[in-house]
Design a protein around this ligand. Structure first.
Ligand code: IMP
Length: 423
């Protein structure tokens, strides 16, 4: 069965793009299935660094077809900026990008509403990426969104769009005292857009299931991570989509029967951007040192990421929900200089041991740690498991045992070559 799925097991930024890039070379089609330009998937090829926001990183392989799935919210300005940037670097996107006709369009007013909502939330803000994600998905769920297929229906411009804009303007002006948007400007923008993307828009479930039936290999690329999942993450401090396996099926339209492997990506420690509970967060100088060693700054927003120890309960939660068949452990080299490494191996809540990630009261859990001796030698140059220091191997074995999922890849640096395959 030819579909593989890559999901983040923590709070995003696990290094998914690197593993996707590693697997994409043997894949014909790569599909993003949720989220929007809030993602920042970084791939390093030699001295070149590419940051992907909307377009699957598989585009770096000249024969790969890349698909923006129906579960996505697509900001056309961000998409065309990304296409231009790639074309300028010699990566030809034309003819290799497909867009789902059931994906939703993210409009400038969604970004504005995201910013205004965050500002109005004061101490309760989410710490979003300000890319309009929540506002766009709210419209989708509220049946006030703009599906790409609607652009090709003439009555949309006379019957639906005027009502949508009127509702949006009521909201903008009455709730936020902001400027209204102009119907004609939006209509013109959409009419121009529909011609620019006409050749790329397809029925994605039809296309993907046909290709799968004919034996093609497909890679599904998740953005963000399980702990940012709207249903299974640390709600309300989450994104507005489902990065998990259920979201991959709903956001691509492929039948679950085609899903062969679900590969969970986790950092050898953990990070989180934005607000919200984070049981293993490291504060002060120790946290700062890890942030510096791992260069933990958001690739989209530049914000410093919060850093913490590896949390087994988090990855077990991800394994359960996603049905993980394997793990890829990234950024092991960031721990090279540490004398001791802590791992959260369990939680206590109200004085009782629990063996699940709680849906609420996360701030009240007492974390149980186990300490591992560091290896204090560089690992970035190593290409074989047997050459890793003994303590590194012990650390990796312990994580696999605690998480209950085999580790199939280890990444020891940002480059394509710095990946150790374990089988
Ligand atoms: P939004 O997705 O912009 O609405 O942001 C909601 C939460 O998800 C915030 O805490 C963001 O920092 C976080 N977030 C969104 N996208 C990413 C990502 O790609 N990596 C890490 N965190 C993300």
């Amino acid at each position: 069965m030819p579909a593989k799925l890559i999901v983040g097991t923590q709070w995003g930024d696990e290094g998914k793009a690197k593993v996707i890039d590693y697997l994409a070379k043997e894949t014909e089609i790569v599909v993003r299935y949720q989220g929007g330009a809030n993602a920042g998937h970084t791939v390093k090829v030699g001295e070149d660094k590419y940051i992907f926001r909307l377009i699957p990183s598989g585009i770096l392989y000249p024969r790969t077809i890349c698909v923006l799935g129906g579960g996505m919210v697509i900001d056309p300005d961000a998409m065309f900026a990304e296409i231009e940037e790639l074309e300028a670097k010699g990566i030809h996107v034309a003819g290799r990008l497909r867009i789902a006709d059931n994906a939703h369009l993210l409009m400038p007013y969604h970004k504005e509403i995201d910013v205004l909502t965050e500002e109005a939330s004061g101490a309760h803000k989410i710490g979003t990426t300000k890319r309009g994600i929540g506002a766009c998905y709210s419209d989708k769920v509220n049946r006030q969104g703009i599906r790409i297929s609607m652009l090709y229906n003439e009555s949309f411009y006379t019957e639906i769009l005027p009502r949508l804009i009127e509702q949006k303007n009521n909201f903008l002006t009455k709730v936020y005292n902001a400027k209204p948007v102009v119907f004609e400007t939006i209509k013109e923008k959409l009419l121009t857009l529909r011609e620019k993307i006409r050749d790329m828009v397809i029925n994605v479930p039809y296309y993907l299931n046909m290709e799968l039936a004919s034996g093609k290999q497909i890679l599904l690329e998740g953005a963000q991570g399980t702990m940012l999942d709207l249903d299974f993450g640390t709600y309300p401090y989450v994104t507005s989509s489902n990065p998990t396996t259920g979201g991959a099926l709903a956001g691509s339209g492929i039948s679950f029967r085609y899903l062969e492997d679900v590969i969970g990506i986790c950092k050898a420690y953990s990070t989180r951007v934005g607000e919200g509970p984070y049981p293993t967060e490291i504060f002060g100088e120790e946290g700062e040192a890890l942030r510096k060693a791992g260069n933990e700054f958001g690739s989209v927003t530049g914000r410093p990421r919060r850093c913490g120890w590896f949390d087994v309960e988090v990855v077990r939660h991800a394994a359960r929900i996603n049905g993980l068949s394997a793990l890829a452990l990234t950024k092991i080299d960031v721990l090279d200089n540490l004398e001791t490494i802590k791992v959260a191996t369990g939680y206590e809540l109200n004085g009782k041991r629990i063996d699940y990630f709680p849906s609420c009261s996360v701030n009240d859990v007492k974390v149980i740690y186990e300490e591992f001796p560091g290896w204090q030698e560089p690992t970035s140059h190593i290409t074989k498991l047997k050459n890793l220091p003994k303590n590194t191997r012990k650390y990796i074995d312990a994580l696999a045992k605690y998480c209950g999922v085999p580790i199939q890849w280890i990444s020891v640096g940002p480059g394509r070559e710095s990946t150790i395959a374990l089988k």
